[in-house]
Design a protein around this ligand. Structure first.
Ligand SMILES: Cc1ncc(COP(=O)(O)O)c(C=O)c1O
Length: 440
């Protein structure tokens, strides 16, 4: 397990967390009577409040103050956008960077630049945010959902390859919860079939694949800067590439089809205004200076929680390749139904009574199970490409058993960088206590 490399726990907490209530940590595993669940009147395993990070402060204020001195807050060739771009390039190395208004915008820009058009197919995951596929639908293309790995919740390369047709143009790999997985295999498949690999890194700021930042394996990478992400500005996004053919198109698809690098290139496509402002750019330029600490800390805490849960039959923890760095946007694990005598809502309720927040799942259905997909009703109740015979896709018939099993058994712990070793051990103790009580 990697110890957090740069700061001591005390230094880190002083810098980023609110004070943790000075309550003693209860040893959930020890002591007479400690096995009675809190939900049944026993003592709480984790009495103190969940630590919360202080996410912004002086660096963001200082950068915003600089922006406010400027005569213009427009992004093109302006100072804050340049600073954000430069800091981003230092990490991700991409030559062409288009800051934009959201992660969904970044993904729409990516598919536009990739030349995705009516009837084209894009293979992706169906356990993700709807933003992964909004752009695909708006390009009049067809999201094709492939099966997932049961313990990383990332695309299963074998199933991806089986879904390639002559209409397939791209693969969007979603690094769910910040876990990159089998990316080289996806890239190899994409290359062999002449497809573009787009990385949806919205939940994966700071994640590493074989030591390299995620986003640098595929041709285009997309990040979200929405409020809940590792770094954020309320709403925002960024899309980037080093491909000289795709790079200018990122600007075009993010900026109303203008090719600002070559004004003579007249607009022959429709594209949205997805621009970011200088105020957002100033904020996230400062946020980027915090990224490495946040990513390293979350990775370490997540590995600690997995180690602490080893041997708990009721829980299947997330699988992380030891060569990679998963940054745990949330700590997503699965309940093993055969190993407990209760259902997921009851397990989560018992944990909440112990003082530990786990969510009862992630999204309610795979993306293909949402009413707009089942009814093919994307555009005022219609789906023109289906009416025109450009696709025979019927989302009501899609069935992905592994994906559906993940949906019905997953739970998420909102791990964050203000937590410390003692807190994570206490959380694990609470999980063990509840799992022991309901053991099948
Ligand atoms: C995996 C994934 N893709 C795309 C998005 C869309 O990002 P945004 O909310 O910034 O539009 C999100 C946001 O939650 C996400 O988690």
């Amino acid at each position: 397990m990697n110890q957090h490399p740069h700061v001591s726990r005390r230094e880190f907490l002083a810098a980023t967390s609110t004070a943790i209530a000075a309550l003693p940590l209860a040893a959930a595993d020890a002591g007479p009577g400690s096995s009675t669940l809190a939900i049944d009147g026993g003592s709480k395993a984790v009495p103190q409040a969940m630590p919360k990070p202080k996410r912004w402060g002086e660096p963001e204020l200082a950068q915003l103050a600089q922006a406010i001195q400027q005569p213009s807050l427009y992004y093109w060739r302006n100072k804050q956008t340049a600073l954000f771009t430069q800091r981003y390039q230092k990490i991700y190395g991409h030559k062409f960077v288009q800051p934009c208004s959201s992660g969904s915008a970044a993904l729409h820009i990516a598919v536009g630049a990739a030349g995705i058009g009516p009837g084209d197919e894009v293979i992706t995951s169906s356990i993700t945010d709807i933003g992964t596929v909004i752009g695909v639908i708006f390009q009049n293309a067809v999201p094709v959902f492939a099966e997932l790995d049961p313990h990383t919740y990332c695309l299963d390369p074998h199933d991806v390859e089986s879904k390639i047709t002559p209409r397939t143009k791209a693969i969007i790999a979603v690094h769910l919860s910040g876990n990159p997985f089998r990316l080289a295999e996806l890239k190899e498949i994409a290359d062999r079939h002449k497809l573009i690999l787009i990385e949806d890194c919205a939940q994966a700021w700071g994640a590493l694949y074989r030591g390299k930042p995620v986003g640098t394996v595929g041709q285009i990478c997309c990040f979200s800067l929405q409020d809940t992400k590792h770094i954020a500005c309320g709403d925002g996004g960024v899309v980037s590439t080093s491909d000289p053919r795709l790079g200018p198109l990122l600007i075009k698809y993010g900026d109303k089809a203008m090719n600002r690098l070559n004004p003579a290139d007249s607009s022959n496509v429709i594209a949205c205004n997805y621009r970011m402002t200088e105020l957002q750019a100033a904020f996230v330029a400062a946020q980027l200076t915090r990224l490495e600490e946040i990513a390293a800390r979350r990775s370490w805490l997540g590995e600690l929680l997995t180690a602490e849960l080893a041997g708990v039959a009721a829980i299947a923890p997330p699988k992380v390749d030891p060569r990679d760095r998963c940054v745990h946007w949330a700590y997503m694990c699965r309940l093993v139904p055969e190993k407990v005598r209760c259902d997921r809502p009851q397990f989560v309720k018992a944990l909440a009574a112990e003082g530990v927040v786990f969510t009862n799942g992630y999204i309610a259905t795979p993306i293909y199970g949402m009413p707009m997909f089942r009814n093919h009703s994307f555009f005022a109740g219609r789906w023109p490409i289906k009416e025109a015979g450009l696709t025979v896709m019927d989302y009501a018939k899609v069935k992905l058993p592994v994906t559906e099993a993940i949906i019905s058994t997953c739970m998420r712990f909102p791990l964050n960088e203000a937590m410390d070793e003692d807190y994570i051990r206490a959380v694990a103790g609470a999980v063990r206590k509840v799992a022991r009580h309901y053991a099948a």
